[in-house]
Design a protein around this ligand. Structure first.
Ligand code: BV8
Length: 234
């Protein structure tokens, strides 16, 4: 691990599992009785905004009942102490990395705690419900606020920044993701192509496991602190 300088880390729902946040495709994989693919689309939002808004209202409210776990805290420690480039790209829309203190952090699929006004295009930090059609704090319009979440068929955020970081990475670590969703599932290939070492930490083998130089199987709460220790004290 000595020659490692620039690191890119990708996390998925598995990093939040030990905090009690259900994953998408595991045994507990239904969100409020829905599969995420069946609700997280602009088409469903247009057809049935109530269904989609309440799906996200319930998940946003649930954030108050969960805490960051040892994996989130270890990644925040790495963020604070790693002297070279580091970018933590999360697919998760929860705020657990933020609450643990990660700063060099990017939510490529958006955030539950943000509302996006379709009238003025501004995004506002948001804690409460959206299904009761609150007014946009920026422009005052009512009934135009949607969850600031990247749905299927929508472009993930900050792809240029992610591509640039992957093209310079010496190490790419994927933590707690099943490798089902693109473009995130393709990051390992971009990193390999750039000459990075690729490492997967996951409870079970994922769709992308064969494309990693190394796969470590186990819970993130155990594997991530150990990896951070390895990186900070090689
Ligand atoms: C786009 C927000 C283009 C919603 C999400 C056919 C082939 C290839 C691609 C496609 C295709 N058809 C369509 C596509 C594209 C599509 C896609 O990939 N679909 C999939 C389903 C096939 N992708 C998109 O639409 C993306 N956009 O492509 O845009 C474009 C181009 C030009 C112009 C415009 C657009 C947008 C995708 C984003 C969708 N939004 N999230 C919400 O969260 O409500 S995706 C959703 O899945 C979540 O973000 C989640 O993070 C993500 C991935 O899931 P995981 O995080 O991996 O979670 P999962 O449950 O699957 O796995 C958990 C893992 O953790 C497991 O492996 C488990 O073993 C492990 N685990 C469990 N416990 C632990 C653990 N690991 C460690 N420790 C533990 N304790």
């Amino acid at each position: 691990m000595r020659e490692i300088r620039n690191i890119v880390i990708l996390t998925g729902a598995g990093v939040s599992a030990e905090s009690g946040v259900p994953t998408f495709r595991g045994p507990d994989g239904l969100w409020e009785g829905h599969r995420v693919e069946d609700v997280a689309t602009p088409q469903v939002f247009r057809r049935d905004p109530e269904l989609v808004q309440s799906f996200y209202d319930q998940r946003r409210a649930a954030l108050a009942r969960v805490q960051p776990n040892a994996a989130h805290h270890a990644l925040a420690k790495l963020d604070a102490e790693w002297p070279h480039d580091l970018l933590l790209v999360t697919q998760n829309v929860d705020d657990l990395h933020d609450r643990a203190g990660s700063k060099r952090l990017l939510h490529m699929h958006g955030e539950l705690k943000s509302a996006w006004c379709l009238s003025c295009d501004r995004r506002t930090p948001w804690d409460g419900a959206l299904s009761n059609d609150p007014a946009c704090p920026a422009c005052g319009a009512r009934g135009h606020l949607r969850p600031d979440i990247v749905w299927f068929g929508e472009m993930p955020y900050d792809m240029d920044r992610i591509d640039r970081a992957l093209s310079r990475a010496d190490l790419f670590v994927s933590i707690g993701t099943s490798g089902n969703v693109y473009p995130a599932a393709g990051f390992v290939d971009l990193a390999s192509h750039a000459g990075a070492r690729t490492l997967e930490l996951n409870l079970d083998p994922s769709m992308t496991s064969p494309r990693f130089d190394e796969s470590r199987l186990g819970p993130a709460g155990t594997l991530v602190p150990a990896l951070v220790e390895e990186l900070l004290n090689p």
